[in-house]
Design a protein around this ligand. Structure first.
Ligand SMILES: *Cc1c(COP(=O)(O)O)cnc(C)c1O
Length: 386
């Protein structure tokens, strides 16, 4: 062979690979098959890289363990997991009932894409119980979408009751379980059909990778979600899958710290004169506290509180004074973040009255003493601007 050809074929992967603790990051669009018969044997082997290689498979099996699922599909973002799972089970003429406190980009997808393809979309209040929700179902209702708690205002839904009632009626349920990270709450154990999470948040844990997952138990749903990914053409990179697997190793350990620090900061906030209410389920009397205590094994680091009514300038002064907390969307990483929620609440059908500007905090892995000192500086600036 000429040098040109030898360079093209040299340096291919060693077999067998040395065994490391994690899977190899195997890159490949092309997959080489052992013989002609294997070329079209899509059932028993991977024939193309989009289906996922070693790192993606390892992540899928780890997430199946986390969710106790029969099937897990990966998507290039959390939003893609939500939209992909919905597209996989809905068709023209169906109707979907969506909780009003849903993640805003999910709502945008429902209002634009689903409606454009002839799927009816109606929103229901997060406080609606299973009976109310069943009464709201129509003959075309195919799917109920839950998000518990809402990621701005932290309403908890009675997921087990809703899932049981929906199943009895032949309506599918899908939950955005990003807050619980697949760890603090197990939707499939509580009768939910499709458990979705943005791995971008706590599983990734370092604010630098996008990915989402959908987990199911029912064999027909395993097939529907796999077909959905295949038909639409989504794939995640092996490098990203590896990063998610790396995050998963420390998920439980990190979550313990997020939870402890979150409770400490929430309890401190609850005693401040500048604060109306603290929407953290571990605080006595907080909205959703009973459901949370019954169904969840802990809390993550994401919660909200209200400032006493004051000017928008005072809210901005509070946020602008923070130096340890960053100002930014997203959460689940090692770093603490803050946002004001009010501009996002206006997109809802029922706005909800929280009694003052709603501030959302993500409590990261920093020392809570420093976080509290930072918030103290925020309150000083708020007081000066009020
Ligand atoms: C961030 C988020 C998503 C979307 O995840 P991306 O990976 O950013 O697309 C979905 N649901 C909730 C509740 C989120 O916070």
């Amino acid at each position: 062979m000429t040098e040109e050809t030898r360079l093209i074929h040299s340096g291919q992967a060693q077999t067998p690979l040395a065994r490391t603790v994690g899977p190899p990051i195997q890159r490949g669009s092309t997959v080489l098959l052992p013989n002609a018969a294997a070329l079209y044997d899509h059932e028993s082997q991977v024939t193309y890289g989009r289906q996922g290689l070693a790192a993606q498979s390892a992540l899928i099996s780890a997430l199946a363990e986390l969710e106790q699922a029969a099937g897990v599909t990966l998507y290039p973002s959390g939003l893609a997991a939500l939209t992909g799972a919905m597209l996989a089970v809905l068709k023209a003429g169906d109707e979907v009932l969506v909780v009003d406190t849903i993640y805003k980009p999910t709502r945008r997808f429902c209002d634009t894409v689903l409606r454009r393809f002839g799927v009816g979309v109606r929103y229901y209040r997060a406080s609606l119980d299973a009976d109310g929700l069943m009464a709201a179902c129509g003959p075309a209702t195919r799917l109920i979408v839950l998000e518990s708690p809402g990621s701005l205002s932290f309403e908890f839904q009675d997921v087990p009751a809703i899932a049981a009632a929906a199943r009895a009626r032949g309506v599918l349920t899908l939950i955005d379980n990003t807050w619980a990270a697949g760890l603090l709450f197990k939707p499939l154990d509580h009768g939910v059909d499709i458990s979705v999470q943005a791995l971008t948040k706590y599983v990734g844990g370092h604010s630098d990778v996008f990915m989402g997952s959908a987990a199911v138990r029912e064999p027909s749903l395993v097939r529907a979600l796999d077909d959905g990914v295949l038909n639409i053409g989504w794939a995640v990179s092996p490098d990203d899958a590896y990063q998610m697997l790396r995050g998963l190793r420390t998920l439980a350990t990190r979550m313990t710290r997020h939870d402890a620090s979150g409770r400490q900061v929430a309890a401190w906030l609850a005693k401040r004169d500048e604060v109306g209410q603290v929407l953290h389920p571990a605080l006595p009397g907080a909205p959703g506290a009973e459901i949370w205590r019954r169904d969840y094994s802990g809390a993550c680091g994401l919660f909200a509180f209200t400032l006493n009514p004051a000017s928008a300038a005072a809210t901005a002064a509070f946020l602008d004074a923070l130096t340890v907390f960053g100002l930014g969307f997203s959460w689940g990483g090692f770093e603490s973040l803050a946002i004001d929620c009010d501009p996002q609440l206006s997109g809802r059908s029922a706005r909800g009255d929280y009694g003052g500007p709603l501030i959302r905090l993500h409590i990261g892995l920093e020392d809570p003493v420093d976080l509290i000192a930072d918030l103290e500086g925020g309150f000083a600036a708020w007081g000066a601007a009020t």
